[in-house]
Ligand binder design. Structure first.
Ligand SMILES: [Zn+2]
Length: 56
């Protein structure tokens, strides 16, 4: 078995400077591409949002 194909499923991170729309924390790294017209959340708030979503 040969694994010479590039892993396009590999997680990449986006470096930059953002402010969390929820708690105002400084964000320097995102696991996804940030959209300029959407609120950006820090890891904790992002997780909270996801958990809230999963409850309903
Ligand atoms: Zn936050």
């Amino acid at each position: 078995m040969a694994f010479d194909r590039p892993r396009d499923f590999e997680r990449r991170t986006y470096q930059g400077e953002w402010t969390c729309s929820e708690c105002g924390a400084k964000i320097t790294e995102l696991p996804f591409e940030p959209a300029p017209d959407r609120p950006i959340y820090c890891k904790e708030c992002w997780r909270k949002k996801r958990e809230d979503r999963g409850q309903r």
